[in-house]
Design a protein around this ligand. Structure first.
Ligand code: LLP
Length: 385
């Protein structure tokens, strides 16, 4: 991500804010789109929980991606921004009646369902609307994604999905109901996955499942393998684009799709993280007895990932090229977890310096809050700056 050319503009802009580099966005989308084509009938859905900025979503739309929504609000926002219902899938363990109706009224491609009571309610509501809802069953494949425990989802102890042994009875139950139809299988094993072996294991598991369903003459129209492709938080400048090539090739090599089946994935982080940076200003440098603190005007209300998941976001001082020193980079909020990094090496830093926290384009702004009556952090694209 090329930040240096924007420094003068950053200096004149009130901080903190999220900055999105549209050139990098376009390049990322292009690569994802190109590599996805190794798989026939592939549809990439953008997991808009990662970033729901309107400008970004307009590029998602232009790239021809669909949407993975996890709330009625996301479906409505996607539709308002021009996405057709037939490109939207809707996931979530706790969809309310109101949200299900939003899905039905917009004729979404399918509901990714996670429990028996949910299927019953969708059937009832679809009957009221005189519609038939397509259902993809989210199967919990019990695969360890080797990622942070707070963002792993595919293990039996997680709340997500339907256990493998319940899959066939669940399909049979759907077949008995009047206003729902079994459409496909859905999986999601976790997030920030860098070990491609996990996706290979998932592919092999899906192959087994497909065989057991075919033995019973059950037809599956779509295979959705979820999201989860990770990015390089340690070297965002050197590796700004996720490894879409390996990701799609793993599925091409190991997942046995049937000719009539469509392939879906739901990428969030890999599509947006690297072209976003949190731009913040140093308010004070405080020298304490054992360390020094660079206190910036962004806090965990603006970027909660370090506090919530101990995540690393690389910090760069855009306005100093002096020799490096160690700082604890902290926000202004009166809580001890309001820390972006301890012992961070930065060029000698002073009040007024502009710091960029990189890889902030996914799960950054969308998870921001107004804690302490702080204004909700703004988002500015390179085209708007
Ligand atoms: N599909 C489903 C069903 C999901 O639950 C998720 C993310 C995705 C797709 C997109 O996953 P991705 O490609 O972005 O890994 N807030 C956390 C991440 C939570 C991810 C939750 N599910 C973070 O900041 O790391």
């Amino acid at each position: 991500m090329e930040l240096n050319k924007y420094i003068d503009k950053f200096k004149k802009t009130e901080t903190p804010f999220y900055f999105y580099d549209i050139d990098l966005l376009k390049q990322t989308f292009k690569e994802a789109q190109q590599h996805s084509q190794v798989i026939p009938n592939a549809m990439v859905h953008f997991a808009m929980k990662a970033n729901s900025n309107a400008s970004i979503l307009s590029y998602v739309h232009q790239a021809g991606f669909g949407i993975d929504a996890v709330s009625g609000g996301e479906i409505q926002r996607a539709v308002e921004l021009g996405f057709c219902g037939d490109r939207i899938v809707f996931a979530g363990v706790g969809k309310t009646d109101k949200e299900i109706l939003i899905g039905l009224d917009n004729d979404i491609l399918c509901f990714n369902v996670e429990s028996i009571p949910e299927i019953e309610v969708i059937n009832e509501l679809a009957k009221e609307r005189g519609k038939t809802a397509r259902l993809a069953i989210r199967v919990n494949p019990n695969i360890d994604a080797h990622t942070h425990k707070n963002i792993t989802t595919g293990l039996e102890e997680n709340k997500f999905g339907i256990a493998l042994e319940d899959l066939i009875p669940t399909i049979r139950m759907i077949q008995e109901l009047s206003n729902v139809e079994y459409y496909g299988l859905h999986f999601h094993i976790g997030s920030q996955i860098l070990d491609m072996e996990c996706f290979k294991a998932l592919s092999l598991k899906v192959n087994d499942i497909q065989e057991s369903l075919e033995a019973l003459h059950i037809q599956t129209n779509s295979i959705n393998i979820g999201g989860g492709l990770g990015i390089d938080y340690n070297h965002p400048q050197e590796k700004p684009i996720a490894d879409f090539k390996s990701y799609f090739n793993i599925f091409k090599d190991y997942l046995k799709l049937r000719p009539h089946q469509s392939f879906h994935c739901e990428l969030g982080r890999a599509l947006t993280a690297q072209y976003g940076a949190l731009i913040t200003r140093v308010i004070f440098v405080k020298k304490a007895k054992v360390k020094q603190f660079a206190i910036v005007d962004a806090g965990f209300s603006d970027l909660i990932r370090p506090s919530l998941y101990q995540s690393y976001h690389k910090a760069v001082n855009l306005t100093s090229n002096k020799p490096e020193e160690k700082y604890d980079l902290v926000g202004p909020i009166c809580e001890s977890t309001d820390v972006f990094g301890e012992n961070v090496s930065l060029p000698q830093t002073q009040r007024g310096d502009i710091i960029a926290l990189l890889s902030g384009g996914a799960y950054g702004h969308v998870m921001a809050s107004q804690y302490n009556c702080r204004p909700l952090i703004r988002e500015i694209t390179s085209e708007q700056l």
